[in-house]
Write a protein that binds this ligand. Structure first.
Ligand code: NIG
Ligand code: FE
Length: 424
């Protein structure tokens, strides 16, 4: 076999080898590190992973692209399982309110926050939404993310929810990065349904969901289960209905108030429960028992000035699989920089560099059900790689706020070089 691409002399090749399932407890420390690593790619697939030289059955010719990995760290392409990628407008106007002490849920209650982005998203054309999301996705790819989940939730009416999901679908078709879509019709209560939430829930379930399914626009369904937004009961109703439409459950759970979202995620056997800053001990225990992935979003705690982060250490101790996400959105976390999130996870939630890497690769792939194709560097998996201009993973976390990516390979194609997109 003649390889298309060979990456050799890799200072630290982080394979995450092992079973394609969420890693828990001490397993999160086992990252499959190979020093002086080498790997070969053919037809978009990883064909060899090892140390030193290639075996005799894998050759190189003049067309083989050879990449020198000296001084570099190579990881699986990073996976972001929680973003609000497609939306209109921005909310820098909230900065001043925040500095004066306004709280996230108070701004929402007063008709700002998510409602303000709903207005901008309704007012934006398909092309405008596409262009804006594409720009963010380019940035994400440059930061090493090769697969990104994208939620709807800034329509709160059928037409706009579908518009957002169609934008994500088209981006997935056209962009080198892969997008996995989540329907989040229950992201806020539209002002006109304030006194009549059950009627809105009915629209989400009986009008939006069948249309989302008809066009196969989403693999997952999410709900913002939070004080003053959707109750545990309403969330349960929505997620159970989504199952009938073939969508697996995700939740914005216990982000601000301890409402019982973690417990509910175990109850409905969600694939993930996200945020969990206020999750109870009991809720975390229940998640561990049911294998619900905790998708933690420390950028949101940071940006909202919550003074509190999710208890990642306790979750890892209890055996809850932990993943990490940007939560990229225009309100609570306007950043595409997953590497900064990795730093926050380590410095603020005390996750080790090994746990952080596990959380942004194999565990995040599991959080969107893609662990058979991505999330580790193994023979037969998609050739999605992040090549960092860093001698080891600790350096990426320690030297914070910048982009450490040198190259990104997506489906066996070089798509980022010198930290900048090519071929798009
Ligand atoms: O994950 N909390 C709900 N949803 C987003 C924020 C959305 C927004 O503020 O626009 C989150 O934090
Ligand atoms: Fe979110």
């Amino acid at each position: 076999m003649i390889a298309d691409i060979v990456v050799k002399n890799i200072s630290q090749l982080i394979t995450l080898e092992g079973e394609n399932r969420p890693r828990v407890g001490k397993e999160m420390m086992e990252i499959g590190l190979i020093e002086n690593g080498i790997l070969a790619i053919k037809d978009g697939v990883i064909k060899y992973v090892g140390q030193g030289e290639l075996p005799s059955n894998i050759q190189m010719d003049n067309d083989t692209q050879i990449i020198d990995g000296k001084g570099k760290t190579v990881t699986p392409g990073l996976v972001d399982p929680h973003t609000h990628l497609v939306h209109g407008g921005s909310r820098e106007n909230e900065l001043d309110m925040k500095l004066k002490g306004a709280k996230y849920l108070d701004i929402l209650k007063a008709g700002g926050g998510i409602h303000s982005t709903v207005k901008s998203t309704k007012g934006a054309s398909f092309e405008e939404l596409y262009k804006k999301a594409e720009k963010s996705l380019n940035t994400m790819l440059e930061f090493g993310m090769t697969t990104v989940e994208a939620k709807s939730g800034y329509g709160l009416d059928t037409e706009t929810e579908l518009k957002q999901l169609r934008v994500a679908k088209k981006l997935n078709e056209n962009h080198p990065a892969d997008i996995v879509s989540t329907f989040l019709g229950a992201h806020a209560i539209p002002t006109e349904y304030k006194g009549n939430v059950d009627e809105f829930v009915d629209i989400v379930v009986n009008d939006m969901m069948p249309k989302v399914q008809e066009e196969k626009l989403a693999d997952f369904c999410d709900v913002f289960c939070e004080e003053g937004v959707f109750t545990v009961e309403q969330t349960k109703k929505i997620l159970n209905a989504a199952k009938k439409y073939g969508m697996k459950s995700k939740l914005h759970a216990d982000e601000i108030e301890p409402l019982g979202g973690a417990e509910l995620s175990a109850d409905v056997e969600a694939i993930s429960a996200d945020h969990l800053v206020a999750a109870s001990e009991k809720g975390m225990e229940m998640m561990a028992e049911k294998g619900v992935i905790a998708d933690l979003l420390p950028g949101t705690s940071f940006n909202l000035g919550m003074g509190k982060f999710a208890n990642a250490r306790r979750m890892i101790e209890l055996g809850v699989p932990v993943a990490l996400s940007t939560d990229y959105n225009p309100g609570s976390c306007p950043t595409e920089n997953i590497q900064f999130i990795m730093t926050l996870a380590s410095l603020r939630m005390k996750m080790t560099p090994e746990e952080v890497i596990t959380a942004v690769t194999i565990n995040s792939a599991c959080s969107i059900g893609r662990q058979e194709e991505i999330g580790s560097i193994a023979v037969g998996k998609k050739a999605d790689l992040a090549i960092f201009d860093s001698p080891n993973i600790s350096y990426i976390i320690y030297h914070f706020g910048i982009n450490h990516i040198d190259k990104v390979i997506k489906n066996g194609q070089l798509v980022v070089d010198n930290g900048k997109i090519i071929n798009v």
